[in-house]
Design a binder for this molecule. Structure first.
Ligand code: CTP
Length: 414
C-alpha cells in the first residue's frame, strides 16, 4: 500500500510569520512522503524565506505575487486551488485569516484559496494576544464553519519572548493531519477499527508494577495503516513513548482490566479489532496500598489471572455481531505455528499474526518484524523481514479483504 500522500497534489500557502522558516521543513516532509507540492508565498512571507528555498526542497514552482501579473496569471490563480487535493496554509497569519473569513482576494494566495474546491487546512501562527483577540477567534470560527480544518496553534515560546498560545504546530504533526485528511476516501472509509497497543502494567504497590517488553510500535503502526486506509480508528493504548497518530481517537489504559473495559466498549459498534497489545495474563491479587518497604523482607506476591480480553470479545461478538473481523497476535518463543494455530481456534479469531519474539530482528522494541499470518480458513503466509509499518499494511490488506467478504456474506443472507 503506497503512502496516502503518494501522487497527491498539495498547494502550500505560506504567509508572513517567523514560523515561515518551518514551512520549508513541512514542504520537504510532504515531498518526501510522495506529494507534489507547489508553494504560494505572500509578499510578507518572502521577507522571511526566499521562494527558491521552497523550490529547492520540492523540486517544483514556488509562486509569488509577481506571478499574479505574469503570462500564466489567468490560469494560475484559479488553477492552483481547483487542481489541488488539499490546500495547506502554514503558517497562516492573523491578517490572512481575516482576509479569508471575509472572502478577500487581494493576492495570489487569497485568490487561489477563494477559488479552491478542495479541503483547506490552516495552521495559524501569531502572537498570543493576536490569536486570543475576539476578531481572530471569530474569523477562525467562520472558517471552521465553512469546513476549514484548523490545526493548532500550540502553547509555547513565541518570537515576542512571551509564552502563550500562538506557536505554529510542528511540521511533523501538521504532516500527520494532512496524511489523515487525504486518506479519508480509502477502502476502509466509514469502518470503525479498534486497535490495542503496548504492554499493560499491573500494580504491585503505588510505585511498582509488573510489565512486559512491548514497546507498542507494532500496534501504533497498525493504527496508522488503518487510518491510511481511511478507517475511523480507536487506539486503546497502554503506556508507551510513542506519539498518537493524527486522527485517531485514543483511550489511555494501564491495566489488563482497564483495557478489557475499554476494548469491550469500543467493540460494541466496531467493524474490526486488531489486538496487538501485550496483555498481562496474571496480576498481583492485592496491590499494596503503600510502598512495600525493604525492612519487611522479600514479599511473596500471590497472583491471579486477568480477563482474557479476546475471549470476552468473542462472547460479546456472538450477541452483537461486532466486530465483524477479529485479529489476534501471538508472541512466541517456541512452537510458533502450533501455538498460534491453537490461539486462532481457541480465541475465535479470523486471523492471527504470529511472531517469534526470541529473534533479534523481530518482536519487541525493534523496528522490524518477521511474521506468519494464519487465517481461520486454514491459509498460512510467512512474510519476509519487514518494517513494522509494512507488516501493518499487510495485515490491514487482509482485514480489508475479510471485511469485504463479510459484507458479501451479509448481503447474500439478506
Ligand atoms: N490477549 C488477551 N487477553 C489477555 C492476554 C492476551 O486478549 N489477557 C490477547 C493478546 O492481545 C494477543 C492474543 O491474546 O492478541 C495472544 O496473546 P499471547 O500473550 O500470545 O497469548 P496468551 O493467550 O496470553 O497465552 P500464552 O501467554 O500462554 O502464550
Amino acid at each position: 500500500m503506497p503512502s496516502p500522500l503518494q501522487g497527491k497534489y498539495i498547494v502550500l500557502g505560506v504567509t508572513g510569520s517567523i514560523a515561515a522558516y518551518k514551512a520549508v521543513d513541512l514542504a520537504s516532509k510532504l515531498t518526501q512522503a510522495g506529494a507534489r507540492v507547489d508553494t504560494v508565498l505572500t509578499d510578507a512571507a518572502t521577507r522571511f524565506v526566499a521562494p527558491i528555498t521552497f523550490q529547492s526542497v520540492t523540486g517544483r514552482p514556488a509562486y509569488t505575487d509577481a506571478d499574479l501579473w505574469g503570462a500564466q496569471a489567468h490560469v494560475l490563480h484559479v488553477g492552483l486551488g481547483r487542481q489541488a487535493d488539499l490546500l495547506v496554509i502554514a503558517p497562516i497569519s492573523a491578517q490572512t485569516i481575516a482576509k479569508l473569513a471575509h472572502g478577500l482576494a487581494d493576492n495570489l494566495l487569497t485568490l487561489a484559496t477563494l477559488a479552491a474546491e478542495c479541503l483547506i487546512l490552516l495552521a495559524p501562527a501569531m502572537d498570543g494576544g493576536m490569536y486570543a483577540h475576539t476578531a481572530t477567534q471569530e474569523n477562525l470560527r467562520v472558517l471552521r464553519d465553512r469546513g476549514a480544518i484548523v490545526v493548532g496553534p500550540e502553547e509555547g515560546h513565541l518570537a515576542s519572548g512571551l509564552k502563550a498560545r500562538g506557536r505554529m504546530t510542528e511540521p511533523v504533526d501538521i504532516l500527520g493531519h494532512v496524511r489523515y485528511h487525504v486518506s479519508r476516501g480509502g477502502p476502509l472509509a466509514g469502518q470503525r477499527v479498534v486497535v490495542t497497543a503496548g504492554g499493560t502494567q499491573e500494580p504491585i504497590d503505588p510505585v511498582r508494577y509488573i510489565a512486559n517488553r512491548s514497546s507498542g510500535k507494532q500496534g501504533y503502526a497498525l493504527a496508522q495503516a488503518a487510518l491510511d486506509a481511511g478507517a475511523d480508528v480507536v487506539l486503546v493504548t497502554a503506556p508507551t513513548a510513542l506519539p498518537t497518530p493524527a486522527g485517531a481517537e485514543w483511550v489511555d489504559v494501564r491495566t489488563a482490566a482497564e483495557m478489557a473495559d475499554a476494548v469491550l466498549q469500543a467493540c460494541g459498534q466496531a467493524d474490526a479489532l486488531l489486538m496487538a497489545a501485550a496483555v498481562a495474563d496474571f496480576r498481583p491479587a492485592q496491590a499494596a496500598a503503600h510502598k512495600l518497604k525493604k525492612a519487611g523482607g522479600a514479599p511473596t506476591l500471590p497472583l491471579e489471572p486477568t480477563t482474557d480480553i479476546l475471549a470476552a470479545v468473542a462472547r460479546q461478538r456472538q450477541e452483537t455481531g461486532h466486530p465483524r473481523v477479529v485479529v489476534g497476535f501471538a508472541a512466541e518463543t517456541q512452537d510458533l505455528l502450533t501455538n498460534a494455530r491453537a490461539k486462532l481456534h481457541d480465541k475465535g479469531l479470523d486471523l492471527i499474526v504470529a511472531n517469534d519474539v526470541s529473534a533479534d530482528d523481530a518482536g519487541f522494541a525493534v523496528d522490524t518484524n518477521r511474521v506468519t499470518l494464519l487465517s481461520a480458513d486454514g491459509s498460512i503466509e510467512a512474510l519476509p523481514l519487514l518494517s513494522k509499518m509494512e507488516v501493518a499494511e499487510e495485515v490491514i490488506e487482509r482485514v480489508i479483504a475479510q471485511l469485504d467478504s463479510s459484507n458479501v456474506k451479509r448481503q447474500t443472507s439478506l
